[in-house]
Write a protein that binds this ligand. Structure first.
Ligand SMILES: C[S@@+](CC[C@H](N)C(=O)[O-])C[C@H]1O[C@@H](n2cnc3c(N)ncnc32)[C@H](O)[C@@H]1O
Length: 249
């Protein structure tokens, strides 16, 4: 058993930032280099965004990798009890795999895109692990932070209130909350994009909102929402920012 493990090395959720490896913290980079095993979430047949970010720093080494492949992504609606059941079983399985690594004396890092505690899958592992073994979470720059910086659009001025919304909410709820805030971020676009766009229009924000795709990555796109073509298919890695317009001395 390595010295770190005998001291009870934590299982570490490593926040990797929004995409550009240069935006990763020194602590995250060190954790990447040190861990015996690096676990990542991915869809079947895909490499996973967090794994791709890490590749740029530590290269590809299949012997260190643990792929945690989601059993479902969009095949079952999130409101369906079968979705929660499938995901809960999946997370329990992930936990068993990570604990087995630890018991074998290997240190484990879990790769997380953006910040691990902000809509991160790591939270579902962390919750199950934290009372059983030492765990650590390394914070990171979020996708929204990368997005408003890429757009050259400061998000909150003076007393502006920022609301962060998942695009999975119903259209009416999105529009209501958008009307009530000064600044907003809408995450998780993908197939929710047409609904989100409609809600932005409904709230009168279509002219101020900016669509950002793959922020800080090579294929980054920043487009005013008003100029996004009607037939645009938004990828998973996209969000909308609505910059605040508050007090400026
Ligand atoms: C499960 S959440 C993870 C958020 C992440 N933990 C963070 O700190 O930003 C996934 C959503 O984050 C957004 N996202 C993540 N990376 C992105 C990027 N580089 N550019 C635009 N949106 C991104 C998308 O809205 C995506 O649907």
């Amino acid at each position: 058993m390595s010295e770190r493990m005998s001291m009870g090395a934590p299982i570490v959720g490593i926040g990797l930032g929004p995409g550009d490896p240069d935006l990763m913290s020194v602590r995250a980079r060190t954790a990447l280099e040190r861990a015996d095993r690096l676990a990542h979430f991915c869809k079947a047949g895909r490499r996973g965004n967090a794994r791709t970010i890490a590749d740029a720093v530590i290269g590809v080494d299949p012997t260190r990798e643990i792929a945690m492949v989601y059993p479902v992504t969009t095949e079952i609606a999130v409101e369906d009890p079968a979705y929660a059941q499938a995901l809960a079983g999946f997370y329990e399985d992930c936990i068993a795999r990570l604990l087995a690594e630890r018991e074998a004396g290997r240190s484990v890092g879990v790769l997380c895109e953006g910040d691990p505690f902000f809509y991160g899958s790591w939270m579902h592992l962390w919750r199950r692990l934290k009372d059983r073994v030492p765990v650590e979470t390394i914070p990171a720059i979020t996708a929204m932070s990368g997005a408003w910086t890429a757009a050259g659009a400061p998000i909150t001025w003076g007393d502006d209130v920022l609301t962060v919304l998942p695009g999975t909410l119903p259209a009416a709820e999105l529009a209501r909350r958008l009307r009530e805030t000064d600044a907003a971020v809408v995450m998780k676009l993908g197939r929710n994009w047409p609904k989100v766009r409609e809600a932005l229009t409904e709230a009168g924000l279509g002219g101020r909102a900016v669509y950002v795709e793959r922020a800080t990555m090579a294929a980054e796109r920043v487009v005013p929402v008003a100029e996004v073509p009607d037939d645009h298919v938004a990828p998973y890695f996209s969000l909308v920012i609505v910059p605040g317009d508050g007090r400026r001395p």
